[in-house]
Structure formats: C-alpha cells, structure tokens
Design a protein around this ligand. Structure first.
Ligand code: THU
Length: 130
C-alpha cells in the first residue's frame, strides 16, 4: 500500500474511535512488512487511565495476529470537524520502538493532502535498550 492510501485509511479509521470524554478522535493505519494493514482507533474509558490510543490498538491487533515486522504507520486525529497534526504520545512511541527499527515511517496526518513523514528514530531517539 502506498503512503497516500495509508493516510486515507487512517482518516477513515477515526470513524470508529470511542472518545466520549475527550471528544478527540484518532485513527491509525499500520502497514506490516508483508503488505497487510491493521487499523486502530482510540478507545476511552470512564476510568481515564484505562484508555488506549489508536496507535497501540493497531499494533496490538497486528501483534496478536502474529505480525512482527512493520514498515509504516499513519495517524490522523482531531475533534469533530477539526484536523490537526496529532503526534504520537510517548507511550505509543515506546511501543513502536519495541517492534520497529529506526527507519520505521511515522506519518502524521492533518488531511488527505497535508501530512508529515518522520522516522521513528527522530521521534524517539536513544530509546531504552539493554
Ligand atoms: N490519543 C491517541 O489515540 N493517540 C496518541 O498518540 C495521543 C492521544 C488519544 C487518547 C485519548 O483518547 C485522546 O487521544 C485524547 O488524549
């Protein structure tokens, strides 16, 4: 799947976000090295800390289906009718670092026409390792 299609898939994945508390809706589309794509959305909880982000939903879906190699993720987030660059939180960056190399592509989407592409090593340099 190409970059643009992954971007559109992330925008579409926002539709199923469950975010009644923040009303901030996030969609993610994770491209595996074998070409398959897993989507994710944020899923909030009344006990706020039980909330899970869209990126982690996508990763956990993929990993639980046996995927271990990934090439890119697109992330689209915003309130209703709003589009902003929603950068992945620190916890999601750490999860990405668990499964991906530094050249994994993180695409932060404002709209179908406007998105930024980062490498994982730019977003989480010197991540924990031992
Ligand atoms: N959120 C994500 O889905 N991904 C991120 O990387 C940052 C934040 C969600 C969590 C919560 O449901 C809402 O956005 C507001 O923080």
């Amino acid at each position: 799947m190409n970059e643009k299609k992954l971007v559109l898939t992330a925008i579409n994945a926002k539709e199923t976000a469950y975010a009644p508390y923040s009303e901030f809706y996030v969609g993610a589309a994770l491209l595996c090295s074998d070409g398959t794509v897993f989507t994710g959305c944020n899923i909030e909880n009344i006990s706020y800390s039980a909330t899970v982000c869209a990126e982690r939903t996508a990763f956990f879906k993929a990993v639980s289906e046996g995927k271990r190699e990934f090439s890119a993720i697109a992330i689209a987030g915003g309130k209703k009718g709003e589009s902003i660059f929603a950068y992945p939180c620190g916890v999601c960056r750490q999860v990405m670092a668990e499964f991906c190399k530094g050249n994994f592509k993180v695409i932060v989407v404002k709209s179908a026409e406007e998105y930024e592409v980062y490498s994982l090593s730019e977003l989480i340099p010197k991540s924990f390792d031992f």
